[in-house]
Ligand binder design. Sequence first.
Ligand code: ADE
Length: 312
Amino acid sequence: MEFEADQITLLGELGEGQFGKVYKARARFVNDYQGSTIVAVKTVKAHASSEVRDDMLKELRMMMRLLDPHPNVVTLLGYCTKSDPVMLVVEYVPNGDLLSFLRKDRTVRNVTYANLHTESRTLQNTDLISFAWQVSKGMCYLASMQCIHRDLAARNVLVGEHKTCKVSDFGLAREGPEYKKIKDSPLPLRWMAPETLSIDRLYTTKSDVWSFGVLLYEIVTLGSTPYPTMTAQQAAEKIQRGLKLQKPAHCTDDLYFIMENCWHFLPNERPPFSELSAALSRLIMDEKDHIMLNQYDEHQYANLERSAEEVC
Ligand code: ADE
């Protein structure tokens, strides 16, 4: 649905997206006499190249193909292509990105332990597995719509009310068919499957599965940076030679098995999202602590700031 610019009032900045600033905004819908809705608006940088504008319009086209809203995917509400900058209007997801959400929990956890309070304010094992399960369901839906995400990571998942996870940022997503190459651009190397790091840069739903495994690792380690002792370039070289992330000591073999399956060198050996979703829901049901947070060793999981070198 096309918005007129005067239907949207920007309220404040939410952050910087891959195209430009993201704002919290109030949108007045035509025929909506009830008032207005809080939304998120993605804009394109003032002096963006036509390529960046094209990428945003591609994101828009991709999102328009997702006909039914899915609870675990950020929903497109509209767009304003007549305005300068072009605006993408999406549902507002109030609790920020999953990476910050996980890292914030580390701080709360330290303070809580220091004060000998209960753990009630911190994330529990079931919350964490549920995050992973929800993302797998969102990805299952995207895969069913032939959408390849290409940048699946905790920073690109948003957290809504009642700890709902929503896959976001289709910036690198491209329409089907399954196999496509993209032009040179800075890349999220630590999350990338070996075949996407090779010269051909072949992206498929199976390379999204690899990234999902890395996202699972981020969840289990409360937002650590994968391969923290290496530069992104070193990690990329080793991933191409078969390197995999090791099992965190506080994670069960069952959960690591799911993660590790995402990192089969051969894409076709990796499970589909439907299978990952079923496996994670079994872990939720079995009422065992698959992430033993009482054994979580903060010092082992460096939480490096993202550097420009690795993420666009
Ligand atoms: N930051 C980026 N996208 C957002 C959204 N849809 N809701 C809230 N914050 C965001």
